[in-house]
Design a protein around this ligand. Structure first.
Ligand SMILES: [Zn+2]
Length: 173
């Protein structure tokens, strides 16, 4: 699924160091300056389109032709607004929960079955977890027995037990 460009802010080149005013890519005039707009965002996440309002989005705007340019700051602001709109765990909440449990990101990744880079993207704020992963993290952080069940050896044993049980059921015992 194509991801909206502004959700990949950190992958983009970093033009934010250039001084203002900057040259407008649309009309060529050196009239681009920071500005604030009210913005109705529509962002695809988790296979659905989400619409929400951002009252004061920081963007760059051309004073000559009115072209609006998103910066990394705008992208971060949209991502954060989307996360709040969806009521998903914030990077700070995930980081705090891991530090309370004394878990490293790498070990946490292994326990819930995602790549370590995925966790660092969530915690870095550049990517937003799906609803299902958010639910899994909440369960993991909240309940001892969930954490216990997701230690790798226990998880393997449980899968084996389940497989045996269902095989026995199918053979009519
Ligand atoms: Zn312009």
């Amino acid at each position: 699924m194509p991801r909206k460009e502004y959700l990949c802010a950190t992958d983009a080149a970093e033009p934010s160091e250039k001084p203002f005013p900057r040259r407008c890519p649309e009309c060529g005039k050196v009239e681009v300056r920071p500005a604030t707009i009210a913005y109705d965002a529509e962002v695809k996440h988790d296979g659905r389109l989400h619409a929400f309002h951002i009252p004061r989005l920081q963007i760059n705007k051309c004073g000559a032709c009115g072209e609006v340019l998103f910066s990394n700051v705008s992208n971060d602001q949209v991502t954060q607004a989307l996360r709040e709109h969806l009521v998903l765990l914030s990077p700070e909440q995930i980081r705090d929960a891991l530090s309370k449990l004394g878990l490293r990101q790498k070990d946490f990744a292994e326990r819930i079955g995602v790549a370590a880079e995925t966790i660092s993207r969530w915690i870095g704020g550049t990517h937003i977890q799906s609803r299902a992963m958010d639910n899994l993290m909440r369960l993991f952080f909240e309940f001892d027995n969930v954490r216990y069940a997701l230690t790798s050896t226990v998880a393997n044993n449980m899968l084996i037990t389940t497989a045996l049980t269902s095989r026995r059921r199918r053979s009519g015992n």
